[in-house]
Design a protein around this ligand. Structure first.
Ligand SMILES: Cc1cc2nc3c(=O)[nH]c(=O)nc-3n(C[C@H](O)[C@H](O)[C@H](O)COP(=O)(O)OP(=O)(O)OC[C@H]3O[C@@H](n4cnc5c(N)ncnc54)[C@H](O)[C@@H]3O)c2cc1C
Length: 381
């Protein structure tokens, strides 16, 4: 394998996959390094909103999701303390991460990117015209050192790509919840497709969505203490579903859950010399109706011009403009999600919000619509 690249993309999730496609499409020499083998399942609600579709269209992949059999989502069913609230979702889709992420890297490869799976990557020192990256191939093969003029760090929530002492590494917040997810493929079909079913409990929430293959995808976030005190994740999910008044999937008790590290976090900087961060590597705010992937895809769809510019000299101004671009694309909507998740953790406030929403559904409907409104930067592209 050659060891000099225009851009090395670390992480083949939604942000890295789309960035790799766009960079390769523009003729750059792209290497994507992914530590897992693909296709891979990951903890995620699998819900995409209109902003995700806009980012895909803006980069020339308007049909990718429908070609993969994505399921249209038009309802959000919220449950809290035995009460329910049905809201309309403007133009969402459900698609498994196995299929979506694989389709994105396939598109990147077709556009000319080189892919390496089962290989972990770490940033090393800078050189006058690039950044060294250390690759750890599988099966004890020798470590390799390669160089990129730019490195895109798209390695998700918690990664070991950047040294923890670097300002661009992310730190979790003390109140951060744990994420968790599982698949249930032999339930009784209680949860119909076309809707996001969201059970909100006092110590966490559970989202249920039927995927394109009919399997029920469950994704949740729990207070750390509740996972321990309830005797496991499946039990914590049972408690939240029961508190919300949702039926329990038949095989929930024997389901196998995967936990994530602490969720809510923020990186101290979004760039450093010859590298840019995108997606969850920049930080994480609990999403509600598909915002997480929308933010990651918006970053993936925006980064290629910065990579092209950085084929020449690297400047602080480029880092500053990348930060500004990310703030413009995400931060204001992240604030809305942050406030919502804080309110939903206070039983009295959540109850008041739910009662208000039940009496005047136009109010939560406006919040959902504003979260789902296509960002002008993506609409313009
Ligand atoms: C419980 C839960 C439910 C969610 N539900 C939704 C939802 O319904 N809709 C939504 O929009 N968002 C949702 N999200 C958020 C969404 O999953 C993330 O925002 C999104 O996956 C971020 O994409 P990314 O590309 O930044 O990172 P990821 O998709 O996490 O991809 C990062 C990739 O980098 C790889 N990697 C990590 N370290 C290295 C390394 N050192 N070397 C090489 N590769 C590496 C990983 O293996 C991974 O494949 C949810 C998250 C959680 C926890």
């Amino acid at each position: 394998m050659q060891n000099n690249w225009d851009v090395i993309v670390i992480g083949a999730g939604v942000a890295g996959g789309l960035a790799a496609f766009d960079c390769a499409h523009r003729g750059l020499r792209v290497l994507v390094v992914e530590k897992r083998s693909f296709p891979r399942w990951k903890v995620c609600g699998c819900c995409f909103n209109a902003n995700s579709l806009a980012s895909l269209s803006a980069t020339g992949l308007p049909n990718l999701m429908r070609d993969q059999g994505a399921v249209p989502l038009d309802q959000l069913r919220l449950g809290w303390s035995g009460k329910s609230l049905n809201l309309e979702l403007p133009g969402g889709l459900a698609l498994s991460r196995e299929r979506f992420d694989q389709a994105l890297v396939n598109a990147a490869e077709c556009a000319g990117a080189t892919l390496r799976f089962r290989t972990g990557a770490e940033l090393e020192e800078t050189t006058p015209e690039g950044r060294m990256v250390r690759l750890r191939p599988p099966g004890g093969a020798p470590v390799e050192r390669i160089k990129g003029r730019v490195v895109l760090v798209a390695a998700g929530l918690e990664h070991q790509v950047i040294s923890p002492s670097h300002v661009a590494s992310s730190k979790s917040m003390p109140e951060s919840r744990l994420g968790a997810g599982c698949l249930i493929d032999d339930d009784d079909g209680t949860y119909e497709s076309g809707a996001i079913h969201m059970a909100i409990g006092e110590r966490g929430y559970v989202g249920l969505v039927r995927r394109e293959d009919g399997v029920l995808n469950m994704a949740a976030a729990f207070d750390r203490a509740v996972v321990k005190s309830s005797g496991g994740v499946a039990r914590a999910a049972q408690i939240v579903l029961s508190q919300a008044g949702f039926p329990l999937p038949r095989t929930l008790e024997s389901s196998r859950w995967q936990l994530t590290p602490a969720l809510t976090r923020r990186a101290g900087a979004f760039a450093g010399h010859r590298f840019l961060l995108l997606g969850d590597s920049t930080g994480y705010v609990e999403p509600f109706t598909g915002e997480g992937m929308a933010w990651a895809l918006a970053a993936g769809a925006s980064v290629a011009p910065f990579v092209e510019e950085a084929q020449g000299e690297w400047t602080f101004d480029l880092e500053r403009r990348w930060r500004k671009r990310l703030v413009d694309l995400t931060i204001s909507r992240q604030r809305v999600c942050s406030v919502l998740s804080t309110v939903l953790r206070q039983p009295l406030a959540a109850s008041a919000l739910f009662n208000l929403g039940s009496q005047w559904p136009a109010v939560p409907q406006r919040v959902i619509s504003s979260l789902n409104r296509v960002h002008p930067l993506m609409a313009r592209s």
